[in-house]
Write a protein that binds this ligand. Structure first.
Ligand SMILES: NC(=O)c1ccc[n+]([C@@H]2O[C@H](COP(=O)([O-])OP(=O)(O)OC[C@H]3O[C@@H](n4cnc5c(N)ncnc54)[C@H](O)[C@@H]3O)[C@@H](O)[C@H]2O)c1
Length: 244
């Protein structure tokens, strides 16, 4: 088993499974976290080598602490964390129920916040350069597409966390970056009506959504030694859609 440990949240989803595949290819042992037990089972079966999985609701700080305690006991630490778990709730302002707002922030932002807290404690005990990659969204920056405000805000919060942690831990060798993709083919498309999906894809310069492995390649690059000189950046991936 590889001695380098990468934790990937939402690893059973479209982007998460592509990121897992990429990091396995790059010689990491991947610890895959997801709420969905079925998709974790599928993930385990997809690779010839072992992937450690934990079924966990990442909206719970206590459950996150428990998982990282297990990771520390089993592997001794963490070298890379990819905060990828997320969802997009589609109620429109000004009629967003309080429970939906809270859940949106919890799934997309609090999960990343608490996983980062737990990971940083373990990373500080590890040698070399460690990496946190936050999967944000173009929705935090492009106001012409459909994204609802609580989704945008959850990702903007994540990008502020990226910058804070990058600055805070620069001298300790923890690099923190965000990748903010636009439309990427994944099961998350199910939250969109056919009409909204068609319009959003037609706004992409190549008339097609991006693929999860294209995003995963950037995650892999940041986590590779080539990424050691980058911290505090939000990297927008959208085929050049928003360049003016
Ligand atoms: N697909 C896109 O176009 C797109 C664009 C920009 C950003 N993103 C972001 O990319 C990330 C990955 O999304 P995806 O497109 O692969 O979607 P996806 O639905 O395929 O994957 C999301 C994963 O997160 C998991 N998850 C959700 N809530 C959880 C919880 N409470 N605890 C643990 N796991 C939980 C889901 O079970 C799922 O496996 C998300 O953060 C999303 O906001 C996606």
């Amino acid at each position: 088993m590889s001695s380098k440990i990468a934790v990937v949240t939402g690893a059973g989803g479209g982007m998460g499974s592509a990121i897992t595949a990429r990091l396995i290819q790059d010689n990491f042992h991947v610890v895959a976290l997801d709420l969905n037990a079925g998709s974790l089972e599928k993930l385990k079966g997809a690779f010839p080598i072992d992937v450690t999985t934990f079924q966990v609701d990442l909206t719970s700080a206590d459950k996150i602490a428990e998982v990282f305690k297990n990771i520390k006991a089993k592997f001794g630490g963490v070298d890379a964390l990819v905060n990828n778990a997320g969802d997009c709730f589609m109620s429109e302002f000004p009629n967003i129920p309080a429970a939906e707002f809270d859940k949106q922030m919890a799934v997309n932002f609090s999960s990343a916040f608490y996983c980062s807290q737990e990971s940083v404690k373990l990373m500080l005990e590890r040698p070399g350069i460690k990496k946190i990659v936050n999967i944000s969204s173009n929705g935090a920056y492009n106001f012409d597409v459909f994204d609802p405000p609580h989704y945008r805000a959850s990702k903007a919060a994540m990008d502020t966390l990226t910058k804070d942690l990058a600055r805070r831990y620069a001298t300790e060798g923890i690099c923190v970056n965000s990748i903010a993709p636009a439309m990427t083919e994944s099961p998350l498309f199910k939250v969109l009506s056919d009409e909204i999906l068609k319009k959003a894809i037609s706004q992409m310069p190549r008339g097609a959504a991006m693929k999860p492995d294209e995003i995963a390649a950037w995650v892999g690059f940041l986590i590779s030694s080539a990424g050691d000189v980058s911290s505090g950046n939000v990297i927008i991936l959208n085929q050049g859609r928003d360049v003016r």
